[in-house]
Design a protein around this ligand. Structure first.
Ligand code: ATP
Ligand code: MG
Length: 428
């Protein structure tokens, strides 16, 4: 049926061939579809397989011993076969999209063509027959792969109106593959970018994570800006960043990817140029992170980096200054801060410099690591103060701070006896 295209063959793994045999023995077809085929043709490592099949979910349930009804409402089940999991979706069409994202009507269909036509982009609609390995290309995906284009299947205006998440997916695939959008696809993305506000914060956050984690995140972010998506999602950037700062955002994100730094660093690079100073920046970033439903862990890490962005470790610091730096930043965040400073330093010798900084800090830390540098190292705590008649409240923190200041300069003062005597003398 699909013999007209120049034939390309996907090397179907043995396990999938075996899975296919079971479908064949029940007179059903199964195909690998989407990212795995696209990435194989681009010689990019693949991380997972998506399957589509002629078999309806009930039939799949009867064909295998272990099937998890992962998304059975949408025709997706997870088959556990020889200790591996396979996510398999019945051929389907989607109609009557509501809320700019979810189809109200899903209909199972018997042919692959209809299933492929509901997919977002031509390069994502390549399918491989698990029996023969032949790759099926019904929408000129091969051509778009060759020309490095992301093109909607069918009418882009309709496709983006049906599901606004596709706007961000377009940016993600351009970012991941170093592609650009086909002109009509780009034009409609620009026209419809404000629809992104209908997509849930969790989904937006998830797509932004994926864009930032690609090897060309600057391409995705720049495309988001070009289409209007960036300022719809992060209006704070519009009011705070002039074109000079915007260039810095792109450069630092590009660095974060080049040095293979974590998502914490990539998000910080995107947001660090907000506001007039670290405090204002932290205030704006806190609002953004709350809005996008970040975990407390991510929020704390990013805000810590933003607040401490100007703490630049220096070789000439005294031991006390190094300890105060550790107290402020937290020893567990020092490497993250160095990574951030590496990304936002656009000098040619930034890498050389950060390597020296890391080396020097490591040596200094060996010298002072057993000396007190933060509250938990103090020989006294809040309870000791309360037991000795000091009222609980902000006063406790002030006293402990004064004591910490003392023991950072004079580590030998860090005994309960010395510190309590000092506290009680001062408070007499
Ligand atoms: P990767 O897994 O590398 O991120 P992928 O192309 O496999 O990329 P998935 O999100 O795993 O992307 O989706 C699998 C396939 O399902 C896509 O290739 C595409 O054909 C289809 N698809 C996913 N989301 C949508 C959507 N919102 N609209 C239309 N088709 C979609
Ligand atoms: Mg996938």
């Amino acid at each position: 049926m699909f013999q007209h295209q120049s034939m390309k063959i996907f090397p179907v793994p043995i396990k999938i061939k075996k899975l296919n045999n079971i479908f064949s023995s029940h007179n059903e077809k199964i195909y690998i579809v989407g990212g795995a085929i696209r990435d194989y043709l681009l010689k990019i490592p693949n991380h997972d397989f998506d399957f589509c099949t002629s078999a309806v979910p009930e039939k799949i349930l009867s064909m295998f011993k272990k099937v998890i009804p992962t998304g059975i409402k949408h025709g997706t089940v997870t088959v556990i076969f020889e200790n591996d999991m396979f996510e398999i979706t019945t051929f389907r069409t989607e109609k009557n999209y509501k809320d700019f994202r979810h189809p109200e009507t899903i209909t199972y269909v018997s042919n692959l063509e209809e299933d492929l036509s509901r997919r977002d982009f031509t390069v994502n609609a390549l399918a491989c027959d698990c029996e023969t390995g032949i790759i099926i290309d019904l929408f000129n995906g091969f051509k778009d792969l060759k020309h490095k284009k992301i093109r909607c299947i069918g009418n882009p205006k309709n496709r983006f109106t049906e599901d606004a998440l596709r706007l961000l997916r377009m940016c993600r695939f351009c970012s991941k593959l170093n592609f650009s959008p086909e002109s009509n696809t780009l034009k409609e993305a620009k026209n419809l970018s404000s629809n992104i506000i209908h997509i849930s914060s969790e989904r937006i956050h998830d797509e932004l994570d994926k864009i930032l984690l690609t090897s060309h995140p600057d391409i995705g972010i720049n495309l988001m800006k070009k289409t209007g998506l960036l300022f719809s999602i992060l209006p704070e950037l519009k009011y705070s960043s002039n074109s000079y700062l915007y260039k810095n955002i792109l450069k630092s994100i590009k660095n974060a990817s080049r040095y293979n730094y974590s998502l914490i660093i990539r998000w910080t690079c995107l947001l660090i140029y907000l506001g007039k100073n670290p405090d204002e920046c932290a205030y704006l970033v806190n609002n953004i992170l709350k809005r996008l439903k970040f975990s407390n862990f991510m929020k704390d890490k990013i805000l810590n980096l933003i607040q401490n962005q100007l703490q630049v470790y220096n070789f000439n610091w005294t031991n006390s200054e190094v300890k105060r730096f550790i107290n402020k930043v937290g020893i567990e965040n020092v490497e993250l801060l160095f990574e951030l400073q590496h990304c936002i330093n656009f000098n040619r010798n930034a890498t050389k410099k950060i390597t020296k900084v890391r080396e020097s800090f490591k040596n200094r830390y060996q010298i002072i690591k057993n000396e007190p540098s933060c509250f938990k190292d103090l020989a006294i705590n809040g309870d000791d103060l309360i037991k000795n008649g000091i009222k609980s409240g902000p006063e406790i923190k002030n006293i402990l701070n004064t004591m910490l200041d003392d023991v950072i300069d004079y580590p030998e003062h860090n005994t309960k006896e010395y510190l309590m005597t000092k506290v009680l003398n001062v408070n007499e």
